[in-house]
Design a protein around this ligand. Structure first.
Ligand code: DQA
Length: 160
């Protein structure tokens, strides 16, 4: 985890988290999630971050507790979090509590449109503690999420 403290005038540091099964993107249910691998998505995220003049740290885990720990450790080190909680979206009170606890502005991202899919995917435990949710735009959703986080941070910084 990054050891820098968050300062008022420094460039924005954003933590991008990918939840379970996103490590197998590209081979997993291609009709739903497309052909892009997580590696290619992460490359696009890094390129976008460079263009926007921000820094990103990107992590993926299949383990709920590991995601919770990374969110907890983000406090004081990251200005915002962009997370695709994947399957934990629909089950995890622990992830929701972690996001609420750190009070870091968080954007929820989904590759697929979860509202067009099975009913159990229509409920997100994360949405209620997120700035907002982006769902259904494939890998572009991560870039939209980062852009939304940057805009939010700029507005908040201008108000201080
Ligand atoms: C997902 C949607 C979830 O319902 C699913 O469990 C995932 C991926 C998405 O990116 O569309 O693993 O978060």
């Amino acid at each position: 985890m990054r050891e820098r403290a968050v300062g008022k005038s420094e460039k924005f540091h954003i933590l991008v988290l990918h939840g379970p099964n996103l490590n197998v993107l590209g081979s997993r249910e291609q009709a739903v999630y497309g052909n892009a691998s997580l590696r290619s998505i992460n490359t696009a995220i890094a390129k976008f971050a460079k263009r926007e003049g921000i820094s990103v740290a990107i992590r993926q885990s299949n383990v709920e507790g590991e995601l919770v720990s990374w969110i907890q450790q983000a406090k004081g080190h990251f200005h915002a979090i962009v997370i695709n909680p994947a399957g934990y979206t629909h089950t995890s009170v622990a992830l929701r509590d972690a996001i609420a606890g750190v009070a870091i502005p968080t954007v929820e991202v989904h590759l697929s449109n979860i509202y067009k899919r099975e009913t159990f995917r229509h409920r997100s435990y994360i949405a209620g503690v997120a700035l907002g949710q982006i769902s259904g735009f494939g890998p572009t959703g991560y870039l939209l999420g980062i852009q939304a986080a940057i805009d939010h941070l700029k507005t908040a910084r201008a108000a201080t």
